[in-house]
Design a protein around this ligand. Structure first.
Ligand code: SF4
Length: 744
């Protein structure tokens, strides 16, 4: 079999022979030819659009012959502010899912035997209106919930929030941000005013120091990693604090392995050292912050001895990191879910926000905080557009009478001032019988929720479940009605990326089969349930967003398209957008950053004799979340065809485990069996597993009950587990693997 390079070179020859190859920019021929073979470029549809995988927000031209996506070609540097001419393997090659035979092309309803059968849109939507309507009539709208989709466009997510509140009468509407960065939003909003990145992506290249924690950047945000690596190559310092010695650590000036679950402790240790040694930015603290004295006092409990003992980070490493940050003129603090997916994730973020503020690293080029968001549109669709139980679009509090009156007036409905259930709480509420029906859009909760054994029971027991998705996912298999949605290449709208840039998403193919854009489905359903929605386009929906959402006041489709993207806040049509937050003042009542100390806290579950290891979970480069898209990519599947568990060589030797052996991993909530990868990437006290496959469903091991008290984020990053070769009882102590050792 020819390898990929040989295949690509062959395709290049095809293109060079017959196609308008001379029109292709130098260096791009290889990539495009690899995908389009000998088809003539001018016969193809092309759309300049935004990637539908992760929130880096890469832009490129997508080519289609109307049947399938044939190629993604990075656009000119000036048209792609985030990625220039780079993309990662998913953005470049990950499109087989669009035309997969597994796509849902017609609605499905349950027949009298409980089996799915195909149905017309009219029948399916009637069934949904009837099912949700009956629960609303009998138990009130609060008995219903909506899980919105961070893969869908801003405009569609705006409608999902409106549908929940106006049509169903519930504030229980939320999305996957609850499982990842909602603790970031809570922590940053309390300190600075906005729960978002303060920087632009280019600041990663302007910084002279970058602190990364809980971020497997090269695998989860590859294009951001490239920009960081370029900056390090040019002389910037990179500090990586992480339980795993991930690939980006190879580029680091300093890598420190931390014990999972104690991030606020080592961050506080650094901040204490900086303050105690007068290394902080005195004028910034005096002029732009409040609460400094109280913060300094609260940090005294984080003595060098205690920090080292609890986190495993030697004091010298705390000192060197503190001095590097303090010496830097411009430092960026970047993180992902290793910092946030904890039962005290908000405290971790507050600690990081304190550190950035006392060192004066906010509101100037090359300095600031950057939570790297995950799903392509979790910043916009999952947050800004307000499919949230406590906020309307633009983070406007539903408990605020004036704000609520504005939306009640615009949407012609009454809205309760009481917050609804967060996603994680919805599953606990349904267990109690407080929730009876769910409408889940583009979210695979049966794999992504913590403690999926529990989630499966809840989905099974719901009185009515409607799922809207591209595929018959593990979640959709529990549904009463399944509605076929279409992907981002089959519709038009906007996504907002991790640095608050709103960018166009453009259609390059007709929807497959009878699948439809989410906004059209919602519109038909709302109309069936008594509300006359009459949008002609997503541009028209965005106009409604503009009128109700000050942050997006000037973000029209026309401007986003012609200006190549707009960063919020963008208050009106004359406002240029905001490259960097907090240049003049913070978005708080007094314009100051509100420092607040966080005390010592532990993970909800710590290792013990019975479950002696800490499991952390995460992602790999070649897969994406629960795999609904990437599992349909033959080429991508060759690289990571299953989940696995990383085990330190010392631990593996104790248990007689080698790479490739099947290993049972067990927590108090469940058990999974996966192949081992023996590697010193993890320490001897920890194991790591990715979360991408239903066959292993790693979230059977995680904990659905212990949530962050402020943000309701689950503790995906710390679960106490035990391990054993698959044919041995996991309760068997290490060294007694059940085989004869010769000592018998
Ligand atoms: Fe798409 Fe993210 Fe890869 Fe860019 S880095 S191509 S946005 S998946």
């Amino acid at each position: 079999m020819r390898n990929a390079k040989e295949q690509a070179l062959q395709n290049v020859e095809h293109v060079a022979e017959g196609v308008a190859a001379e029109t292709l920019p130098e260096g791009k021929l290889f990539e495009i030819a690899q995908s389009i073979g000998d088809k003539r470029l001018e016969e193809l549809n092309v759309a300049d659009t935004t990637c539908g995988y992760c929130a880096v927000g890469c832009r490129f031209d997508l080519y289609s012959d109307g049947e399938e996506v044939l190629a993604a070609r990075p656009t000119a540097e000036e048209d792609a502010p985030v990625n220039g001419i780079s993309t990662c393997v998913k953005g470049k090659f990950g499109y087989d899912f669009v035309n997969s035979d597994d796509r849902l092309t017609t609605p499905l309803v349950r027949d009298e035997n409980g089996e799915f059968r195909t149905a017309s849109w009219a029948e399916a939507l009637d069934r949904v209106a009837e099912g949700l309507g009956a629960i609303k009539d009998d138990h009130g709208g609060e008995a219903l919930s909506v899980i919105a989709s961070s893969k869908a466009t801003n405009e569609e997510n705006y409608l999902m929030g409106k549908f929940a509140r106006q049509v169903l009468g519930t504030n229980s509407v939320d999305n996957c941000n609850r499982l990842c960065h909602s603790s970031t939003v809570a922590g940053l909003a309390q300190t600075y005013g906005y729960g978002a990145a303060s920087i632009s992506t280019e600041d990663l290249e302007l910084a002279d120091c970058i602190l990364l924690t809980g971020s497997n950047t090269t695998e989860a945000h590859p294009v951001l990693a490239t920009r960081i690596k370029q900056n390090v190559r040019d002389g910037a310092n990179l500090l990586v604090f992480d339980p795993r010695e991930i690939q980006i650590a190879e580029y680091a000036t300093q890598y420190s392995r931390v014990q999972p679950g104690y991030d606020a402790v080592w961050i506080n240790g650094i901040t204490r050292y900086i303050i105690d040694n007068d290394l902080y930015d005195e004028s910034f603290v005096a002029e732009r912050t409040s609460g400094f004295e109280e913060l300094a006092e609260s940090l005294q409990e984080f003595t060098p001895e205690r920090v080292e003992e609890v986190t495993g980070v030697p004091h010298e490493e705390i000192v060197s990191a503190a001095e590097t940050i303090a010496d830097a003129d411009r430092c960026v603090f970047g993180w992902t879910l290793g910092l946030t997916e904890h039962s005290h994730g908000t405290e971790n973020v507050l600690a990081m926000a304190n550190l950035a503020a006392v060192t004066g690293n906010l509101g100037k080029p090359g300095a600031g905080v950057s939570p790297f968001r995950g799903q392509n549109n979790v910043q916009g669709g999952g947050g800004d557009m307000g499919p949230l139980p406590d906020n309307f679009p633009g983070y406007q509090d539903i408990a605020d009478d004036e704000v609520r009156a504005k939306f009640e007036d615009a949407w012609d409905c009454e809205i309760s001032p009481d917050y609804g259930h967060y996603t994680t709480q919805m599953f606990l509420a349904a267990d109690r019988g407080d929730l009876r029906g769910m409408y889940i859009i583009g979210e695979n909760s049966a794999l992504s929720e913590p403690g999926v054994n529990h989630a499966e029971e809840v989905l099974e027991e719901l009185e009515f479940l409607v799922v809207q998705d591209l595929f018959l996912t593990e979640t959709a298999q529990y549904a009463d009605v399944v509605l076929p949605a279409c992907s981002f290449v089959e519709k038009r709208g906007t996504f907002t990326n991790t640095d608050r840039t709103v960018q166009m998403v453009k259609q390059v193919m007709e929807p497959k089969g009878d699948s439809r854009p989410d906004w059209e489905i919602l519109q038909d359903l709302a109309t069936r349930m008594g509300r006359e929605w009459d949008y002609d386009s997503t541009a028209e929906i965005m106009e409604e967003v503009n009128s109700l959402t000050p942050l997006y006041g000037g973000v029209t489709h026309e401007r986003v398209d012609s200006e190549g993207g707009l960063q919020w806040p963008c208050w009106d049509e004359d406002h240029p957008g905001t490259e960097r937050l907090y240049e003049e003042e913070f978005n708080t009542d007094d314009g100051l950053a509100h420092l607040q100390g966080v005390g010592f806290s532990e993970p909800a579950e710590t290792p013990d004799d019975e479950y002696p290891f800490t499991l952390t979970t995460g992602r790999v480069l070649y897969q994406y979340h629960t795999g609904t898209m990437t599992h349909r990519e033959e080429g991508i599947m060759q690289y990571t065809p299953s989940d696995f568990v990383e085990i330190n060589p010392r631990t593996a030797a104790e248990y007689g485990i080698e790479t490739g052996d099947m290993v049972r991993v067990e927590s108090r909530r469940g058990s999974v069996t996966v192949p081992a990868q023996v590697t010193d990437r993890v320490g001897p006290e920890s194991v790591f597993a990715p979360i991408h496959f239903a066959e292993s469903a790693i979230n059977r091991l995680t904990d659905e009950e212990h949530l962050d008290p402020q943000a309701a984020t689950p503790e995906f990053k710390v679960s106490a587990v035990r391990i054993a070769p698959a044919d041995v009882d996991p309760g068997t102590p290490a060294g007694d693997t059940g085989t004869s050792t010769g000592d018998d």
